[in-house]
Design a protein around this ligand. Structure first.
Ligand SMILES: *Cc1c(COP(=O)(O)O)cnc(C)c1O
Length: 382
């Protein structure tokens, strides 16, 4: 990693009064900015957007109603403790509301954990194809990202444990992971935790937990309840269909909740977010419908893709990592261009170490069919 000049060195090197620009702290310029999935295209006409793992069902109508109900109150600051939302989450998940910290998306909570627990000289581990927000959060603190190789596109507990050093402060695990969709059973998470020193924090990012139907999976709430060094993060951006609201939460040991509450913005969650979040959590029918929709389409879509000669990584979430055969001369890049011309947006994943794959979110029946039809056309085009 290239050493960045510090602000003090820059100042010493340049004469007083010369035009010096503010310099970011070391490490910051090593960050490759996160590139979100495309959401717009030139021209007009409907777009099939399957690039950001959003739910095709949209938010609960009750959440929308609650959101609108906040409109007359926008002049007032919200409840900085987000008490009603923490209580709704605690009731739903059978947790202690005092140990829940809400944030502006789980991204904010992941970053706050890094702010509070990482600095220069510290190491934090994530897996080879892990969610890129971790790397950004680690580098932003001037800490050192350590990448553990995966096995079969799945986090490898032994590989992670082999990379723990006296400098290790955190391990980030997306379970299931994005963009692979693979997950670790709770027994493997337990084995990972058992191998970590007690002062290393294990962050379990369970953004897709609701979609996982496997019996051997747990998001980690019970686990976070039982250990002083485990945090579980969750989001309203995926199954709840509230990505634009920017709402997430973390379940923490008391000491970590206390730490996050000292450094978070005092009003980091908005009034409309609190109201919509409470209604969304309480509308179990809407969540069940989203789970059923995904169950109906995930496997079927994977089968259709296989029929086209496109392998997929087994996914426990609401998306599929679609691999283009190395020998076919039909690359993910060409497929992406072909699909974009037809106003279908999938997610490029080369930044995640998959130069010849695309990630496809499970959409509506019509959206899935449109993407499959276009991919059929692409694979059969000469
Ligand atoms: C989408 C996603 C999130 C959610 O981030 P928000 O900031 O809550 O929108 C977190 N982790 C992973 C792995 C994700 O894919």
């Amino acid at each position: 990693m290239a050493a960045q000049p510090t602000a003090a060195k820059l100042r010493a090197a340049s004469p007083a009064g010369a035009g010096r620009a503010p310099a970011p702290r070391p490490g910051i310029l090593d960050i490759a900015a996160y590139v979100p999935g495309k959401s717009a295209l030139p021209g007009t006409g409907p777009i099939v957007k399957l690039s950001s793992n959003e739910t095709p069902l949209g938010p609960s109508p009750k959440a929308l109603e609650a959101f609108h109900g906040e409109a007359p109150k926008l002049a007032r600051y919200p409840d900085g403790s987000a008490r009603l939302l923490r209580e709704a989450l605690a009731a739903q998940h059978n947790l202690d509301a005092a140990r829940i910290v809400c944030g502006t998306g789980s991204d904010e909570l992941l970053n706050l954990l890094a702010v509070a627990y990482l600095g220069p000289g510290d190491e934090a581990i994530y897996s080879e194809h892990g969610f890129l927000v971790y790397k950004i959060a680690i580098l932003a603190r001037g800490a050192t990202p350590v990448v553990a190789p995966e096995t079969n596109h799945t986090a490898d507990v032994d590989a992670i444990l082999a990379r723990v050093t006296p400098a290790t402060r955190m391990v980030f695990l997306a379970n299931p992971n994005n963009p692979t969709g693979t997950y670790l059973p709770i027994s493997e998470v337990q084995r990972l935790h058992a191998g970590l020193p007690s002062d290393v924090m294990l962050v379990l990012d369970a953004a897709y937990a609701e979609y996982v139907l496997a019996d051997d999976y747990e998001a980690g709430a019970a686990f976070a309840s039982a250990h002083e060094n485990v945090v579980m993060t969750r989001t309203f951006s995926k199954i709840y269909g509230l990505a634009s609201l920017r709402l997430g939460w973390a379940y923490c040991p008391n000491a970590i909740a206390d730490t996050l509450n000292r450094i978070r913005g005092p009003f980091n969650v908005t009034g409309p977010s609190i109201a919509a979040g409470v209604a969304a959590v309480q509308d179990r029918g809407h969540v069940e419908a989203a789970i059923a929709h995904n169950e109906a389409w995930l496997g079927r879509t994977a089968e259709e893709l296989e029929r086209l000669g496109l392998a997929t990584t087994p996914s426990a979430a609401n998306f599929l990592l679609v691999h283009f055969p190395d020998t076919s001369g039909r690359t993910a890049l060409e497929a992406d261009e072909f699909l974009l011309q037809r106003r279908i947006i999938l997610r490029r994943v080369e930044a995640y170490g998959f130069p010849n794959a695309l990630r496809m979110t499970i959409g509506t029946e019509e959206e899935n069919a449109a993407a499959l039809d276009a991919l059929r056309g692409f694979m059969s085009a000469s």
